[in-house]
Write a protein that binds this ligand. Sequence first.
Ligand code: MG
Length: 248
Amino acid sequence: MLLGLPTSDRWTVFLDVDGTLLDIAPTPHAVRVPEGLVATLTRLRESLDDALAFVSGRSLDEIDQLFTPLRTAVAAEHGAIVRLPDGRMEETDVTVPAEWRAALADLAQEHRGVLIEEKRHSIAVHFRLAPEAEPIVRHAVDALVADAADRFDVLPARMAFEIRGRGVSKAAAVRRLMQADPFAGRLPLYIGDDVTDEPAIAAARELGGLGLHVGRDFGGEPANVRSWIGTLIDQELTEAPPHRPENG
Ligand SMILES: [Mg+2]
């Protein structure tokens, strides 16, 4: 099942977290890290000479906690915070104002099942437990951003809306990391599941690498991603993921 991929032992691997490495849970705090995953990721990182990065909407602290003791390059908060492979941090200087955070906290109080996820630079409003609240949440975040659309935009995510700084994206984070050692000069492999991943998937392809989507390439199952990345350890990347159509 060879894909005709560029054969290279010089890959770098970018992995989204929720819905890609981890199964989606009812709330962001309820996710489970399967046994053995951290060990697999640690071995994968070693086989890539540290060229492994997580790219997630989550906060940096949450990502570190989920995968402890593994510490690697990270684009957190959709790229608002980038931890480079050498540990240096780069952050956007745009942060959601306190008044907006208070207004959205009030909204969550008023609507059962609407949950706020506070991040350093952004804020996400989840409605997975209250799907009927979607139009209310959408209206609220749009109204807040309306007067500051030059600095912020609304990101539609899976069962959530997020207000973030304009220009912050997973694609920009991938491009940034690809300039840093040991990523520079390699080919990017990106795997993600969400609308927020599509520009990063496209960026990986534009950079000559491979952009894969959990729904399209892995049957929608993070378990298939987890087993496939295990096969990449110490291998050249020439094998197709399990659910990729052979002619797709
Ligand atoms: Mg995801």
